[in-house]
Design a protein around this ligand. Sequence first.
Ligand SMILES: Nc1ncnc2c1ncn2[C@@H]1O[C@H](COP(=O)(O)OP(=O)(O)OP(=O)(O)O)[C@@H](O)[C@H]1O
Ligand SMILES: [Mg+2]
Length: 481
Amino acid sequence: MPRLNAFRSRFFWKNYSAFALLFLITAVLISWIVFIKVDATINGFTLENLRSKAEFLVPMARTTLQNGSSEAQGLLAELGKSTQTRITLIKEGGQVIADSDFPIAGMENHWSRPEVQEALSQTFGLSERFSVTSQRPLIYLARTVSDPKGQRLGVVRVSLSVEKLHSNIIGLAAALATITFLGVLIALALGWALAQRVSIPIWEMVQVAEAMRDGKYTQRVRTITDDEVGRLGDTLNRLGSELTGKISELQRLETVRRDFVANVSHEIKTPLTSIKGYVETLLGGAINDPDNRLRFLEKIERNSERLTNLVQDLLSLAKIEATEDTLKLTAIAWTDVVTSVIARNEDVLHQKNLRVKLDVPPMAARVLGDREAMTQVLDNLLTNAAKYTADGGLITVAVASRGMWTKLEVADTGIGIPAEHLHRIFERFYRVDKARSRELGGTGLGLSIVKHLVSAMGGEVHVESTVGIGSRFTVKLRADY
Ligand SMILES: Nc1ncnc2c1ncn2[C@@H]1O[C@H](COP(=O)(O)OP(=O)(O)OP(=O)(O)O)[C@@H](O)[C@H]1O
Ligand SMILES: [Mg+2]
């Protein structure tokens, strides 16, 4: 079976693209939410940081604003440097009296700055704008400073470069994007493997089903998963096996039929040819030969008999096959059947001086069977025993019941059957020694009729045999209670 080519499997692409799309959307959404949250948190931290710095500077600012300390500029410069913040001290009215980063000389009035205005009314004031003094965007936080009596003295202002804050956030966003990108790559690769795994059984089933459509039933689905897809694959495999079985059974039956026709034709042709030969010889003048004409006529009679037997056997085979399923089983005693069959064969047994030993208890249990069929079975077994046993031999017919079954045994002290032939003697036309059997008038149908009849009655037939010692045929039928 060709391996799954993921690029050419529609099913694969459908699954995979759905998965990939879903995953991409989820990844983008999640990282977007994370980014917004973290951005807000950083901004919050920054503000909180500026606020506490301003708060921290209030006592120092109060002293400076009250006393106008001359060291203020130097102190602020130092503080600003260590905290990386620009600090501005504005006196009530707007005059800058100290700045950590710039000289205060010539600095414009700061009272109208938005953060200062906001602080005047709300203690704290916040503003993000372009700084005229430092020439870059800054975030400002202003805090009013009052004396212990509550008299406002001015404002302390801290500020931070917006660029610095933004670079922090951009760095974060970049890290987030990298992680998301790597995650997406890994997920797409894993998804590829996963989608392929899901697609493999489907792909195999398509291959198998298409092979079946083309009349090839030997291909099987190899990947059986333990889910509905697996069950489908399993069913497909079983279907394949069943079809293979049915087809080979059909082929076997066809061979049997062909062999049968060939065998029948042959069996008919042989005696016909010899009849024709003798008739021609007689017509050609032998009729006037008193020494031979009787012999020829006897041969013609023998061959006609063979033909009659053959036709009779064929007819009874056909009849059995037709009625096999409709055979009505009733309680029959073997005793009756044995008596009538032996009586019927009295002449042959007598001619060959064969002794028959009966081991049939008078009260022998009855079996579920068909009288006519049982008669035919025993008749065939008994004629065989007589046919294949030398003059003066012994034939034993015994009946015994054991549990559910009743056994009929027909044993002889005849020529026996070689082991290699034993399993075939129940086949139609099968004879161990063709020439000899034909000589004796057999066609090889007797045992196949026996087997058919016995199995139609739900029983079994077996044979044991030793060459030169004898054979024993056993027929098992269901006992009737
Ligand atoms: N009791 C037996 N002893 C030895 N061989 C036997 C015995 N019964 C059957 N066979 C062998 O099995 C073969 C098949 O038997 P079967 O009864 O089917 O055919 P047949 O006796 O040759 O012909 P017919 O169709 O007239 O019965 C026989 O040809 C013979 O070789
Ligand atoms: Mg026979």
